[in-house]
Design a protein around this ligand. Structure first.
Ligand SMILES: Cc1cc2nc3c(=O)[nH]c(=O)nc-3n(C[C@H](O)[C@H](O)[C@H](O)COP(=O)(O)OP(=O)(O)OC[C@H]3O[C@@H](n4cnc5c(N)ncnc54)[C@H](O)[C@@H]3O)c2cc1C
Length: 429
């Protein structure tokens, strides 16, 4: 029997180091740099590279990876404890070599890449020398792959890709793209699409425009055009028709890692909410003394702790079973809960700060926008709730009787039958 909520002392020492390093060295970066993926910016090179080096020396680089890929192979529980610290700071994932979508792209290259693909794309990606892009969503729909139309057609020993991709994050900084395209339109979308690795300088690949989110310093989500983009046969990632099998490897882990970092961001909002409540005075007292403000603080803490426990348990189950299929329900639940937790806590923090809270001088509007983004990226909340419900329903069967066993008269009749002998003896006494 083991049921333990404690962190061992050695790892706690690492967490303490990470916490101090992130607060003092990494958090300030977002106030002086642009996008965390703009690794070619001279200011990025001057400020971020030395921090990445310190993380590597501390052996905390790319902790989501196993030793075979140069990481420590921490497992998800340790990652959760780390990621909830990194979630405070926009630049922390890139400083620690675990930023999306590169972390997921590295995972699928490691799983499905050929030796040549690993040498050319995975190695520099893991070293932090390049960043990458994942292009799956199309302008006519992201949540339903059956509406995708981007096609790759065979031509000799190459493939020619034509189509449009939408919201391809960090395309403008990426050295290569992992692209999902239909290779066999005769079969279902789930069996007829394949993955390709497309280097950024391939003729025919262009950015139509970059779309920005509310709180981003630079527009980084690309509307992409593929016009007769020619890629060699050996640039296919995985087998023909395997795009969904390949994509699942990156999405499962990616969703949980976002959730872990969301804990840190929501904690940052809660910290600000508490500090504000103690600092601001109105009607002769601190906001912290008003019961309606206390309710906001209490609700925020208990929602965050509930979410954190769900994330930690999901991390534990991933480590335990080593099979994303077995934890599908848990991951979908975490993904569905994440936007609401961040939204509600950030909204309370915004409100209790009054006018300045709603302004661009405070981070809360950006956090609320992030909450909405998290409810969309890697699939909308509705789709994940459907997964939770379907997985739950697998453990139930329909009732064959008119009245179910939990119907009180039916339950009472069953109880009388079960205890008939004892009840009769009791009555006889
Ligand atoms: C910050 C951010 C980064 C992203 N990065 C990438 C990236 O790098 N690469 C990439 O390929 N994509 C990326 N995306 C796109 C993302 O995967 C899609 O936005 C997502 O899959 C939803 O697709 P959509 O935007 O076309 O919305 P739609 O599919 O049109 O859905 C719109 C809305 O319809 C409702 N809905 C949809 N399906 C259902 C359903 N089954 N039941 C009930 N309601 C439903 C939901 O309310 C949903 O929000 C990113 C998105 C965001 C916000």
């Amino acid at each position: 029997m083991s049921w333990d909520f404690e962190t061992d002392a050695d790892f706690q020492a690492e967490l303490d180091w990470i916490d101090q390093f992130v607060r003092e060295e990494v958090e300030p970066l977002e106030h002086v740099l642009g996008s965390p993926w703009n690794i070619h910016d001279p200011a990025f090179k001057a400020l971020v590279k030395p921090l990445q080096q310190r993380v590597k020396e501390r052996r905390l680089w790319a902790c989501h990876l196993g030793p075979e890929l140069g990481g420590p192979g921490y497992g998800q529980v340790k990652l959760a404890l780390m990621n909830e610290i990194l979630g405070r700071a926009l630049f922390a994932p890139i400083v620690f070599g675990c930023q999306a979508p590169d972390s997921g792209n590295a995972e699928i290259l490691a799983h499905y890449g050929t030796e040549a693909q690993k040498e050319r794309f995975l190695k520099p990606l893991l070293a932090g020398d390049i960043v990458s892009c994942f292009a799956m969503t199309e302008p006519q729909g992201g949540a339903d792959p059956k509406v995708f139309t981007t096609r790759a057609v065979r031509d000799g020993d190459a493939w020619v890709i034509n189509g449009r991709k939408w919201f391809a994050s960090n395309a403008r900084y990426a050295d290569f793209f992992i692209v999902m395209a239909i290779t066999d339109p005769e079969v279902s979308a789930y069996k007829g699409m394949s993955m390709f690795i497309v280097p950024a300088n391939t003729p025919g690949l262009s950015i139509i425009r970059n779309v920005g989110m509310a709180d981003e310093p630079e527009a980084t989500h690309a509307y992409l055009a593929f016009d007769d983009v020619r890629v060699a046969d050996e640039q296919m990632l995985g087998a023909p028709g395997d795009a969904f099998v390949v994509a699942q490897v990156r999405l499962g882990g990616g969703r949980v890692h976002h959730a872990m970092r969301t804990i840190g961001l929501a904690q940052k909002a809660l910290d600000a909410l508490c500090e504000r409540a103690l600092s601001r005075h109105t009607q002769g007292g601190a906001l912290a003394d008003k019961q309606m403000v206390q309710e906001k603080i209490a609700d925020s803490w208990l929602e965050l702790e509930q979410f954190r426990l769900l994330v930690m348990r999901t991390a534990w189950r991933i480590d335990r079973y080593q099979d994303y299929q077995k934890v599908r329900k848990d991951i979908a639940a975490v993904k569905a809960a994440m936007p609401r937790v961040l939204h509600d806590i950030a909204a309370r923090a915004l409100h209790v700060h009054g006018s300045i809270g709603a302004s661009s001088e405070m981070p809360f509007a950006g956090m609320i926008s992030r909450a909405f983004q998290m409810g969309l990226a890697d699939g909308p909340t509705e789709v994940h709730k459907v997964t939770v419900a379907k997985q739950l329903l697998r453990d139930y069967a329909p009732c064959e009787q008119m009245f179910p066993a939990y119907h009180r008269p039916t339950a009472a009749a069953a109880a009388r039958r079960k205890f008939a002998a004892a009840l009769a003896q009791g009555a006889a006494r």
